[in-house]
Design a binder for this molecule. Structure first.
Ligand SMILES: Nc1ncnc2c1ncn2[C@@H]1O[C@H](COP(=O)(O)OP(=O)(O)OP(=O)(O)O)[C@@H](O)[C@H]1O
Length: 487
């Protein structure tokens, strides 16, 4: 006879706890201490019954008052139910928690922990919080602690194509290494089908914020749940060609003020993300123009239209999610990396911006840090890169924009040029300057960036970026950039 509810006497407290089941949640109730909780199936990690001693163990993630998730385990002897009925109940719960959500149980994961990232807490965060969640969910872990810069690149380059995901316990720098390792893999296209999922223990953690949103973006337990329960999302990545050398970038390229506030504050890693605010204020006070010529192959520069496209995409819930956990074998031809499709001397459809600029910031994914939504209308796989160019107007104007930066409000500043582009190129006009790619220092030399649509794969709970951008402001303001001083 099938049952809908199982009652146990919890071994830890000696109290009775009941577990009910609905289409969308597990119901957890006890009278002492008083508890009544609906746990969505997505948050249920495991249910297991040992027939020998009639012990039932149920584990899930609960959101605490402080806002973070934490692992909850209940274990105890089943009261008044036939063992066979409990076995069936457990299978019903597990089915709803995994197959019912389109998720494979017991994912096989390659985990890369960077002891050097951010405030150097990655090893403790991994062993104390993340590993127990992954193991409770039955994941099979293959864990490496990176010992030097470039270690994650080497591991990704040689990665056997048998993992359901690569987990980076670090900041965005390790993701950059994994992406470039995949690009140099013997079968790069297949390697790129392995999803990457971050556990935010770096300084900026832009990728985790984009996938999980502002509320959960820095919650390492929520990031662990993303690894257990999310589906794949295809994302565009970029290649940056500089002096004949090609590097891949997944998040951003920064020049001028935006580069200096990042790589120029590397020695202040101990400050956590506050180092970016310090770098920004210092940069605004110095107000050094960025000595470059910027040329862009523009796809769109109307801010209202870009905001509408974002709204439309999210309203349709047009998921870029594909349920493709493991790469399959494809032909040799398909395994080659896309070659550069735009030559360095192509001039067709390019616009050159002549105004003096304070910074250029280009990339994908709304957040670059918790307090800076740099690319609010970015979409994961529109095949375009968002390019922002800030004219060297006045210190006051930039300071005025600071409070709204976490919500992407500088987007609406008429002086700020915001373009969606197929490609762009930069020519330095001086030997002194600063270029940062995904937060790493690059030579300040001529380069070109192009987009590779949907090449990489991430794990995402939503299938689109989780940032909330107030697109309604489009109707209240004169939304477009000022006419470009261009040729
Ligand atoms: N054991 C190690 N010792 C020194 N450096 C390491 C080690 N392992 C990895 N690295 C390097 O640490 C750098 C910083 O890592 P990462 O960028 O992920 O963290 P972060 O910079 O603190 O965070 P964010 O990029 O979000 O600001 C990477 O460039 C990586 O190459």
């Amino acid at each position: 006879m099938s049952i809908n509810e199982v009652v146990i006497r919890a071994a830890a407290s000696g109290k009775l706890v009941s577990f009910g089941f609905t289409d969308h949640a597990l119901l957890v109730k006890s009278t002492d201490p008083k508890l009544s909780l609906e746990v969505p199936h997505r948050q249920v990690l495991s249910a297991a019954f040992a027939e020998g001693n009639r012990s039932l163990k149920v584990s899930y993630l609960a959101k605490k008052k402080k806002g973070c998730h934490s692992l909850v385990n209940y274990e105890g002897e089943v009261q008044d139910a036939e063992s066979q009925a409990v076995v069936e109940w457990v299978e019903k719960v597990m089915d709803a928690a995994y197959e019912g959500l389109g998720i494979k149980r017991a994912r096989k994961l390659k985990v890369l922990v960077n002891p050097h990232g951010g405030r150097r807490k990655a090893p403790i965060v991994f062993t104390k919080t993340v590993e127990p969640i992954l193991r409770t969910a039955g994941c099979v872990l293959d864990v490496h602690y990176t010992t030097h810069g470039g270690h994650a690149y080497d591991i990704a380059k040689e990665l056997p194509l048998e993992y359901d995901a690569v987990v980076t316990v670090s900041g965005d720098g390790l993701v950059h290494e994994v992406i470039n390792g995949f690009a140099h893999h013997a079968k790069p296209l297949l390697a790129f089908k392995t999803p990457i999922a971050p556990i935010p223990t770096g300084s900026g953690n832009g990728l985790a914020l984009n996938l999980l949103g502002i509320e959960d973006g820095l919650d390492v337990a929520a990031a662990a749940l993303n690894i257990v329960k999310s589906q794949s999302m295809k994302v565009d990545i970029f290649s940056i060609t500089q002096g004949g050398k090609r590097t891949f970038s997944f998040m951003s390229q920064a020049l001028g003020l935006m580069a200096e506030l990042d790589v120029g504050t590397d020695h202040l890693r101990w400050m956590g993300e506050a180092r970016f605010t310090y770098g920004l204020i210092r940069g605004i006070l110095q107000f050094k123009p960025c000595p470059i010529q910027l040329s862009v192959k523009i796809a769109e520069h109307d801010k209202s239209r870009m905001a509408e496209a974002l709204q439309e995409k999210q309203r349709r819930d047009d998921r870029s999610v594909v349920s493709a956990p493991l790469p399959d074998e494809t032909s040799e031809e398909e395994s080659a990396l896309p070659s550069s499709s735009i030559s360095m001397d192509d001039t067709d459809g390019w616009t050159t911006i002549e105004e003096p600029l304070l910074y250029v910031y280009a990339g994908k994914g709304p957040y670059v840090a918790r307090d800076f939504m740099a690319f609010p209308v970015s979409l994961p796989n529109d095949g375009l890169i968002d390019v922002v160019a800030q004219p060297a107007s006045s210190r006051g104007e930039i300071f005025k924009e600071m409070p709204g930066a976490a919500k992407g409000e500088p987007y609406w500043n008429v002086n700020l040029k915001y373009m969606k582009a197929h490609a762009y190129r930069v020519k330095p006009l001086s030997s002194k300057g600063c270029l940062a790619v995904d937060g790493e220092v690059f030579p300040f030399e001529e380069f070109q960036v192009e987009v590779h649509p949907g090449l990489a794969t991430l794990l995402s709970p939503h299938g689109f970026y989780a940032a909330e951008f107030d697109v309604r402001r489009a109707s209240k303001t004169s939304a477009n950039s000022k006419p470009m001083n261009e040729h």
